[in-house]
Design a binder for this molecule. Sequence first.
Ligand code: AMP
Length: 541
Amino acid sequence: MQDDYRLTVDHIRKHLATNTGGVVSVEHVDESGDPVRFSYAEVDRRLHRLAHGLRALGVDEGDRVGTFTWNTLEHLELFIGVPTYGAVLHTVNVRLFEDQLVYVINHAEDRVIFVASDLVATLVPIADQLPHLRHVVVCGGLDGVDTGALPGVIGYDELLSTAPDDDFAFPELAESQAAALCFTSGTTGNPKGVLYSHRSIALHASSLLGVDSFALRRGDRVLAVVPMFHVNAWGLPYASVLIDADIVLPGRDLRPPAIAGIIERYRATVMGGVPTVYSDLLAYVDRAGTDLSSLRECFCGGSAVSETLMRAYEERHGVSIIQAWGMTETSPVCTVSRAPAGVTGEDVWQYRTTQGRAVPWVDLRLVGDDDEPVPHDGRSSGELEARGPWIAAAYYADESGDDRFHDGWLRTGDIATLSPDGFLRIVDRAKDVIKSGGEWISSVELENQLTAHPAVQAVAVIAVPDAKWEERPVACVVLRDGAVVTPEDLREHLLDRVAKWWVPDQFVFVSDIPRTGVGKLNKRALRASLAITDLVAEPAR
Ligand code: AMP
């Protein structure tokens, strides 16, 4: 066998020239205001110019090249162009706070950053704190953009138009070479960098094509709502090019009317996004009567997906929401939730509400407090560990001696059960789990059950200290517009669904729940904003 064949992003790049699909970039409009579709063949030509441009900017092999932008054509070009040039694509989360931005850009030692014109203003105030930065390339036009003290500013279009027209000699790279870098969302401490190799990106993208995984296929129109700075948009851009599916990139406006309009207009067949994207979209499409019939399957992960949400899409719009589990450290996709063959009707839900089964090449196991094995019996819970060819073995340039990696396995920080037939159920994040009277209460399960109440728009369940029980749950609830409900109603609702001692002692009605930069419930911020330790627990047992 040709065991020395290299699994690199360059193989993905080479598909561009022969592909018949293309990129719909909502940010790029023609004279009549219509979004432009760029054929993959055009993207291929632009990639040669981009590579010449990177050379002109003095980028060397192995250098980190940052991106600070939305899901756009340029971002897709950088996804492929930077790794194939031999540099490392560092996708910076546009929602980071200033000090985190400074930290990640400096930790990565980004030499060049490609930034969306409307995000330049976020970088200007920190320009003097970025000693490694040599150039800032502005995507989307420089007109009227104040670039302050940012160094070596140039427009993306100018970079490409002034580059030579001849083919760039893309280097032969080792598959183990670094291709991309992404930092964890880091709700505590500094974000940690995860370095993806060419090989891990290639294998992970191939895995998404499996019929029991995302089953992407030629001719699909893949709408990536998940940001490209969130774990490489889950690999959707790479997989789409590999299989010659169109990729639809929505740009900066991710509000429901914009997303609904894109689905209808481009007849998207597949979509990827976090649960909040789908729940906000649902409220809109129910009202607006949007035609979602083009959607074959929608992939959803990043936090637990409630049965209520999945059923609403299925029953009201005929759209299947498929849950997947993963994390920045795992590229991300490790499990995908599909009912086994032969299971039909109501029975499918007991599978589809789990996080699913591991895709090929991913191993999962559970361990207890002292690292002892926990049985995969569907009942016993332990910390989930994972290993496989697209799972990180260390954090990037990390001095902290993190103990997340041991024995060839990644400790995920998720508490889970695994059934004998391999279905994963996430019980909680280890740091969010509620310990009451020595037993665990799953905040995820309580949130799922409360979301099923018709008055509840969103909910986060957090722990408060309790003198007797150690911790007790408190539910912070956002009600739907116009809904009226009492804590007693919610208590009644839960009593039918969970153990009595799980029922939260308090229901706090809030107008909004803070989110992390990638749209997850930010329980840390919620705890802080509620000064939750001051809440008086009022036992409901
Ligand atoms: P991140 O690295 O920001 O993508 O966060 C990864 C974490 O998100 C995981 O460790 C889980 O806690 C959570 N997560 C991702 N997907 C799911 C899912 N389908 N269900 C529950 N939690 C999830």
